[in-house]
Design a protein around this ligand. Structure first.
Ligand code: BG6
Ligand code: MG
Length: 222
């Protein structure tokens, strides 16, 4: 089968916003007496805003402490801090290798999709100046379930009009790799702790068109 599409996660794959999410959540958590470190933050990657808050409250033993209204206020505060930190994003904020791999995928006439559960994704793509690189971006506001549910990847494949088994998904989060696998796509994991990915790379520096095509060929013919 020919490779028809490559679907990218955004935060932590295209640009380093994963760290900005962490800083914003940590500031809000501090205010309500909850502390957490980067190791715990790994569990929040790919998880929607409200689900992330739930996990943080549970981690701090405060799951039942806040009303719906208070939880919404905490999530809104986190998002305001996060959006403030996004002001520093420019076209230079793409992770190494991303501009080249997007251009090479396009040149090979393979479709490019985005599967991010971030409601800020459209704004971030514009700030990075790469919104036109995507044939389809799955709309996070229409998704009911966070990763590891495959919903967002399946929505991206449907929007691209390709079968999931003709597509590769790229993720930096354990929940994201799980979502790609559950969608029936081939998974590439960027970073450590992603043993369940079909192909693991240390960083986006290694994410080249050559590496993607070799991975696809090894899977098709072995
Ligand atoms: C994902 C991030 O891409 O988007 C999560 O990995 C984040 O950490 C989620 O919680 C939702 O983002 P936003 O921008 O809608 O709060
Ligand atoms: Mg990510």
């Amino acid at each position: 089968m020919t490779l028809k599409a490559v679907v990218f996660d955004l935060d932590g794959v295209i640009t380093d916003t994963a760290h900005l999410h962490f800083l914003a959540w940590r500031a809000v958590a501090d205010e309500i007496g909850i502390t957490f470190d980067e190791a715990f933050n790994e569990q929040l990657k790919g998880i929607s805003r409200m689900d992330s808050l739930q996990r943080i409250l549970k981690h701090g033993g405060k799951e039942g402490t806040f009303s719906d209204e208070q939880r919404l206020a905490l999530a809104t505060k986190k998002n305001a801090l996060y959006v403030q930190s996004l002001a520093s994003l420019t076209e230079d904020s793409l992770l190494t290798g991303i501009r080249d791999v997007l251009a090479d995928i396009r040149a090979a006439k393979v479709k490019i999709g985005l599967a991010s559960v971030s409601l800020n994704a459209p704004g971030i793509l514009h700030a990075l100046g790469i919104h036109q690189a995507f044939d389809f971006c799955a709309d996070a506001s229409r998704i009911c379930r966070s990763k590891p549910d495959p919903e967002i990847f399946l929505a991206a494949c449907a929007g691209l009009n390709v079968r999931p088994d003709a597509a590769i998904g790229i993720e930096d989060a354990p929940a994201g790799v799980e979502a790609i696998n559950a969608a029936g796509m081939l998974s590439v994991g960027i970073g450590c702790g992603l043993n369940h990915a079909g192909l693991q790379l240390h960083s986006t520096r290694e994410l080249t068109w050559k590496c993607l095509t070799e991975f696809w060929a090894s899977r098709t013919y072995c």
